[in-house]
Write a new protein. Sequence first.
Length: 493
Amino acid sequence: MKAGQPSRIPTILLYAMGLVFMFTIFFIDMNTPIGMAIGSFYVLVVLYSWLLPGHYASIYVGLACSILLVVGWIYSEPSDSDGRWPGINRTVSLVIIWSGASLVNIAKRSFSALENTRDHLEQKVLERTDELRKSEERAKLIILEISDYAIIFLGVSGNIETWNYGAQHMFGYQENEIIGKQYNLIFTDQDRETNRPVEILEQSLTKNRVQSEGWFTRKDGSNLWGRMTITAVQDKVGQLTGYAVVIYDLTDQHARQLETKNKELEQFAHVVAHDLKAPLGTITSIIEFLKTEYYEILDHHGKKYVDLILDSSNRMIKTVTSMLAFTLEGSSANTSAIDCKGMLESIQSDLTSMITESAATIRIDDLPVVRGYETELRLLFQNLLTNAIKFRKKQVKPNIQISAQQQDGYWKFYVQDNGIGISNENIERIFKPFQRLHSYDEYEGVGIGLAHCKKIAELHNGYIEVDSSTDTGSTFIVSIPVVIDKSPQLADA
């Protein structure tokens, strides 16, 4: 018997049992008076033929039973009853045998047709399932091979389940490095600290689809600017099954936008620097003349003030000249190593008059040397110190402390004061241009200083935040990367 061929033993046994049943009935029929309709019992064998293989098994069995019935009719013992009854009995037996054979044959054919239909449907289902599987594999292959977009599927808890080639190319993680991990791994430290990844998922549950732009972090620690779309995926009954995330890299476009803004700022800085240079030169000339002609007749305080004004004027002329030279060159300035403690002490000296008038106390802890744009960072901290003195509580002397610590790849500078503080609902507003929280009568200013601070921090690939509440003072936190990434808006010297 060949491999895979069905065994014939069960078939032989079925036929053998059928023959045994048939010849048992024949033996009983031969030993029974001819007047009895024993032949009708052959229908049991006919019904048994349902179990035999073959479409015509019941016909063959019925024919064999009919032959045995006729043989039994001829050779069985005569009956004492009327002669017509044996003929009727034998006729009834034949009718019963062939009725059973016909019913079994019809039933087997119907059952065979049903089996064929079932097999056909099963084959169609298998073919359709195979087509769907191939379609899913093709769709998955297309998604995995897309290189322009990062396409990521998340589980219900935010864990990464699929990671296509675009995501690998964009973020630098291989599939085996990222699968199973939380998707907040591609967000910046600031976003993780503010719980932004979780908030975005929660928003997608209520809005079904959320789109946002922002900074993301690659495996090597560098940043990219991208547009992210998150869609909550639900089944037919509305049960959440996961999230589909698509990210498009807009770093080049964002850089071009920044370049355009920088050019506009350069033009503005050129105009301002040019307009300031002449009056500053006049002021410096007058102070120098005052120092030359009347310095000896001034008392100690007068001489101190003249020296202070002259020093500050010269420093401002130097700054304006640097800004003007920068705008005339039309190229990005170079970064340099900045002694932050020395810079803060110099700013403190520039603000002597303001500090003396307010009786402010400023404590400067040990600060690091960072790499950045000196003019811009000087402006940032000068704005923070000026605000800390200006927004003080009445009858309370300003107490300001400046410190720094290294954390998560950033130098975090803390500028802490005991001023009037900021309410929670206004914290977001203060970093937007021309957003004033107080009237001009209460506090001077146009409301643009902190917006400048925010832009300067972002220029250094950092950020600024504040911890404050009303009447408890404020702590501004400026985070500057320990190693600044090279980018279109920032180039190392």
